[in-house]
Design a protein around this ligand. Structure first.
Ligand code: MCA
Ligand code: AMP
Length: 504
């Protein structure tokens, strides 16, 4: 029997007494304990009717148990579908229905709202709480601590990660065993991870960054992680003397910089700080180096492609760039309209090809085809250039996307919700500079004639419809939206008008 991901990431640690996780209260979980829990969960999946290839949707808070569900899915040949804990029941309904999930796992707090969602989608509903309790944990408790991993090859699917689209409809990116393994292998090597590494893990585990980049790298290297429920600067400062590495979105670094305790002594045990998911300001890079003597290593990835590029471990980590294509990743710059390849220094759309690139969008062959060139390159939608030294710089996005604190928000999705409100003629949603989140969401609303609307009324009416991080932090009213001669809303004009909204 062979199961590519299980055999490489998990099986080598079976029975190992080495520490895999260190929890906030100091409790440690060995690899053997974690794998026994995963095996019990794999049995519980089978008990819930999950067969090979079935989707398991999971909206639970971060915990060792939540991560063990990922391991259990790999082992049982099921497809892991993690969901942001901020998603509302309406948002979850779409994912569970679209993916035809066999099982939906949530915590007790979410069970009332998600019960009807599961019934409608034809999925079983079970609970798993952050303290390890819940009906799923109970079903697993009497199971054996071993499970024979199901045969799975390179192209078999391991996970679906939903990513929003410009049209507003989320697409399930299908990631195979080889997509995930090949990227973890490249990163362990490129970033020099070993069994001695201790990763400070404060990212969520429902996205590529915290789930695959962070945990797959640690599993492959055999290291350990300090597994924190979220970003808490006090906890980062407390655990940093035990850690060797940290991965974070830029907000991690700006919040650390805002803390006076951050200095050379505080980071003396650390060997590597990695940033990604959103642009790291060159200013943050410089300030961090001045305070700590560490140059943050910035890398660039996407849900569909895992990691594409990285600044070098040994060479110059250049602020404002995302470094070089990783080994095994082919990267080129093309004219967004014609697809013609562009020379060094010219700005165009970034296209990538390699074992890291996903298998397509679930049941969307046309959308998948539209985002690949005929020679197999994936069109990222990010605009950038490659300089004479080979460094890649991202200069913007061809796609209308806001990245706030590392989370992606597609303006169209928010505009559709705003436009649906009584008294709203139309709306435009933009991202403007935000000191904490990089970009902050702003909604500009044009009221219907005679309608009386206010910011609190609008914000109150969208509360249950959109995840909190997608909701505009401010709403402004305008008599009309600026348009070009083609009638298209000029978002650049709006971004300029509202650019100081969050300036302190
Ligand atoms: C929380 N809030 C946010 C965000 N996070 N608003 C906008 N953008 C956000 N990212 C809101 C909450 O709803 C709340 O609103 C208030 O801010 C405070 O919430 P809190 O939970 O206290 O926030 P936090 O715990 O401090 O979280 C901020 C965070 C978090 C640490 C930056 O958002 C985070 O962990 N982001 C990382 C996301 C990530 O992992 N991205 C990787 C995607 P209110 O008070 O009004 O209720 S993978 C990816 O992009 C690719 C593949 C890649 O390259 O990695
Ligand atoms: P997601 O679809 O959530 O996986 O987000 C992927 C997007 O995040 C990419 O297409 C980029 O626009 C952006 N991104 C990721 N890493 C970086 C980075 N280091 N600098 C700038 N943008 C980034």
């Amino acid at each position: 029997m062979a199961n590519l991901l299980y055999d490489r990431l998990f099986a080598p640690h079976e029975g190992s007494a080495r520490t895999f996780m260190i929890l906030p209260d100091g409790k440690e979980i060995t690899y053997a304990q974690f794998l026994a829990m995963a095996a019990r969960f794999a049995h519980a999946l089978r008990g819930a009717g999950v067969e090979t290839g079935d989707r398991v949707a999971v909206q639970v808070r971060k915990s060792p148990e939540a991560l063990a569900v990922y391991a259990a899915c790999v082992q049982a040949g099921a497809i892991f579908l993690p969901l942001n804990t901020a998603y509302t029941a309406t948002e979850v309904e779409y994912f569970v229905t679209d993916a035809e999930a066999r099982l939906l796992l949530c915590d007790n707090a979410g069970a009332d709202a998600l019960g009807p969602v599961a019934v409608k989608a034809g999925a079983a509903l079970m609970t798993l709480n952050a303290d390890g309790s819940g009906s799923f944990a109970e079903a697993a408790s009497s199971q054996a601590g071993e499970f024979a991993a199901v045969d799975r090859g390179a192209d078999d699917l391991a996970a679906f990660l939903y990513t929003s689209g410009t049209t507003g409809r989320s697409k399930g990116a299908m990631l195979s065993h080889d997509n995930l393994l090949s990227n973890a292998e490249a990163l362990v090597d490129y970033w020099r991870f070993t069994g001695e590494d201790v990763l400070l893990h404060a990212l969520p585990i429902f996205h590529t960054h915290g789930l695959f980049v962070a945990t797959n790298v640690i599993l492959l290297a055999g290291g350990s992680m300090i597994f924190l429920p979220g970003l808490d600067v006090d906890a980062l400062m407390k655990f940093m003397p035990r850690a060797t590495t940290m991965m974070g979105v830029p907000t991690f670094y700006t919040r650390l910089l805002a803390d006076d305790r951050l200095d050379r002594d505080a980071v003396s045990h650390m060997r590597l700080f990695v940033s990604g998911s959103a642009p790291l300001l060159a200013e943050t890079h410089t300030q961090f180096e001045q305070r700590t003597c560490h140059r943050i290593l910035e890398r660039y990835g996407m849900t569909e492609t895992n990691m594409n590029t990285s600044n070098p471990y040994d060479g110059e980590r250049r602020a404002g760039t995302v470094g070089f294509p990783l080994p095994g990743v082919d990267l080129r710059i093309a004219d967004p309209e014609t697809g013609a390849l562009l020379p060094t220094g010219k700005i165009g759309v970034i296209e990538v090809k390699g074992r890291n690139v996903f298998k397509g969008y679930w049941r969307m062959p046309e959308k998948t085809a539209a985002e690949f060139r005929t020679d197999g390159y994936f069109i990222t939608g990010d605009l950038g250039f490659v300089d004479e030294d080979g460094y890649v710089t991202i200069v913007g996005r061809g796609k209308d996307l806001i990245i706030s604190g590392g989370y992606n928000i597609y303006p169209k999705e928010v505009e559709l919700v705003l436009d649906d409100l009584a008294g709203v003629a139309e709306s435009a949603v933009i991202g403007v500079p935000h000191p904490d989140f990089g970009e902050g969401v702003v909604g500009v609303v044009v009221p219907l004639r005679g309608a009386s609307l206010s910011e609190p009324v609008i914000l109150g009416s969208i509360r249950e419809k959109l995840a909190r991080f997608k909701q505009p932090k401010r709403i402004f009213f305008a008599a009309e939206l600026p348009r070009n001669t083609m009638g298209k809303v000029q978002k650049n004009v709006l971004r300029e008008s509202y650019r100081d909204t969050f300036s302190s």
